[in-house]
Write a protein of this length. Structure first.
Length: 561
């Protein structure tokens, strides 16, 4: 992967810390990790963490581990593991042999829990979840010690072994760290570090009846892997004292440094896995890879490129306070990338027929179109031109205003790469008012779009040959929510903020025939329309190619606000 995203940018505070630790000799090599839970698909927020953790490894010749935090088998699936690997690779990062699972350490984590009990720093508790909440206290009142807190070490060892064997019912017993029920940090009020879960694990099967909690597992996994810098989002800031307590109490040989940074919040979307799952399971979207979803699989299907997402993450940077980033920033990055790399084609989304009265009836000639107006290296292509063409319905008006430069009475326009045509007449369905066809004449001397007598023609419109055009289906995707912050009003269900026009299907579009050569996932600009890609999941429907709109040519949402 080309590391262009961070060139000529000042180091953020995390990169400054890592650079200082390396230059001082504190660490010979940086070791980071990306530790997703395999209980859902990755989204654009995860991309920020991926680019940070793998990015600093690339920049410093370090190591970044891919580690799956698979400690909750009731919500995990191997399909999520596979999708996460695919997404990280698609973004352009490679973990090499450094792929790990928290389940790799289950035996060691159990041994260390035994050590905590022997140090009298952990105990088996039988309080119900309701009682535990009551005993925990509040932000302003201290908690109360569990009545089971002072069990003997021997009894705790015996009961923890019974938990492991499956002798107790799920939810009846937990292992808790013994810290301080009066701590102002609620995370230190004797947190649970093991619970009973009688569920089959996707890697270890039914070997275990107990599973470690995230806060206990995460710091020890970092330690076991020799992680130097454990980079987390801000919601884990209050968990850092617990991270340090576990490592210090167990006197581990390696003590990674946890550093928090702001998570990514984008307008017009939600980032909660729970809410994303709610939309999937409620059929509000077609799946995790629905092109309207800001999952990485959804963005990939919509036509976003890895470079555009990496550049987006570099643009927004790494900060210490949460903020909401405009969706327009992400959209501008994909526009910038595709403007350079995407070839141009013509496609008429809402066609109306144009008949050139003085063009030979049986003639189909070839005109030459540029594949990219700024890059001659991308070459040219042939476009079939015929007597009957299709243009956009909104490129014609019966009574055009003065500054309307498209087709209408007494108007002449340039057909892109073709000829100049002059309006003659049109046919309209009198009952509906719909324009059925438009009649024009063409100037045979104006091939390529230039007037032989030097007359100026202001309007240029795109077109497709009716004889050779390719019928296609277009998914016009837009933002999934109609408001900037769907979660701002707590009295309104976020699902009620869904944009009803986030997907509009155009089933009568006609494209130039060269689109038949495209492969799923290929990006293209439809001239004057926006950027599109051939769908990767369902590239054809009813025998027609299916294109997804990636983004408009310009930010139209700013005008709507």
């Amino acid at each position: 992967m080309e590391n262009t995203e961070t060139e000529k940018r000042p180091l953020d505070f995390i990169r400054q810390i890592i650079a200082g630790d390396l230059s001082s000799g504190k660490h010979e090599q940086s070791v980071t990790r990306f530790p997703p839970e395999p209980n859902g698909f990755l989204h654009i927020g995860h991309a920020k963490s991926i680019c940070l953790n793998f990015g600093v490894a690339v920049e410093n010749g370090g190591i970044c581990n891919l580690r799956f935090d698979d400690t909750n088998p009731s919500k995990e699936d191997i399909a999520y593991v596979d999708s996460i690997k695919e997404d990280v690779k698609w973004l352009g990062f490679d973990w090499g042999k450094q792929v790990h699972y928290a389940s790799d350490y289950f035996d060691k984590l159990y041994e260390l829990a035994i050590l905590l009990i022997k140090k009298n720093k952990a105990f088996v508790c039988e309080l119900s979840p309701e009682q535990m909440r009551e005993y925990r206290g509040t932000l302003t009142t201290p908690g109360k010690d569990s009545p089971y807190r002072n069990r003997s070490v021997a009894e705790n060892l015996e009961m923890f072994e019974a938990m492991k064997k499956g002798d107790f019912a799920e939810g009846s017993h937990v292992l808790r760290a013994k810290i301080d029920m009066a701590s102002p940090n609620l995370n230190l009020r004797d947190p649970i570090i093991y619970r009973i879960l009688k569920a089959t694990h996707h890697r270890t099967g039914d070997q275990w009846q107990i599973y470690p909690m995230y806060d206990y597992t995460h710091c020890l996994s970092d330690m076991l892997e020799g992680v130097t810098h454990s980079l987390c989002t801000l919601e884990f800031q209050d968990h850092r004292p617990l991270y340090n307590w576990v490592l210090e109490t167990l006197e581990t040989p390696c003590h990674p440094r946890q550093i928090e940074f702001s998570r990514l919040n984008l307008t017009y979307t939600v980032m909660s896995k729970r809410k994303l799952l709610q939309m999937v399971e409620g059929n509000y979207v077609s799946g995790w890879d629905d092109p309207r979803m800001l999952t990485l699989s959804g963005l990939r299907r919509r036509g976003y490129t890895p470079a555009s997402i990496r550049n987006f993450c570099a643009t927004i940077g790494i900060g210490k306070s949460d903020s909401r980033i405009s969706m327009g920033v992400l959209e501008n990055e994909i526009r910038s990338d595709l403007n350079v790399h995407a070839e141009r084609r013509m496609c008429v989304l809402d066609p109306v027929k144009v008949i050139i009265d003085n063009y030979p009836d049986d003639l189909i000639e070839e005109v030459v179109g540029k594949n990219h107006p700024q890059n001659p290296d991308k070459g040219v292509r042939s476009l079939p031109f015929s007597k009957e063409l299709y243009i956009e319905r909104n490129d014609f008006m019966e009574e055009p205003p003065k500054k309307y430069h498209r087709l209408g009475p007494d108007r002449e326009v340039r057909l892109r790469y073709g000829y100049l045509v002059q309006y003659v007449s049109h046919v309209k369905d009198e009952s509906s008012g719909e324009i059925l066809e438009i009649h024009c004449t063409y100037d045979p001397e104006s091939k390529g779009g230039s007037a032989p007598d030097g007359r100026k023609v202001k309007g240029t419109i795109h077109w497709v040959s009716a004889a050779k055009g390719l019928p296609v289906t277009i998914n016009m995707y837009d933002r999934l929510f109609k408001v900037e912050d769907p979660e701002a009003d707590k009295d309104i269900d976020f699902l009620d903020q869904l944009n009803p026009d986030s997907q509009v299907v155009l089933s009568h579009a006609i494209a130039e025939p060269s689109l038949a050569e495209m492969k799923p996932g290929d990006n293209i600009q439809f001239e004057r329309q926006g950027y599109f890609c051939l769908d990767t999941v369902a590239p054809t429907k009813d025998g027609k190619l299916v294109f997804n709109r990636t983004v408009t040519l310009r930010d139209s949402w700013e005008k709507r606000k």
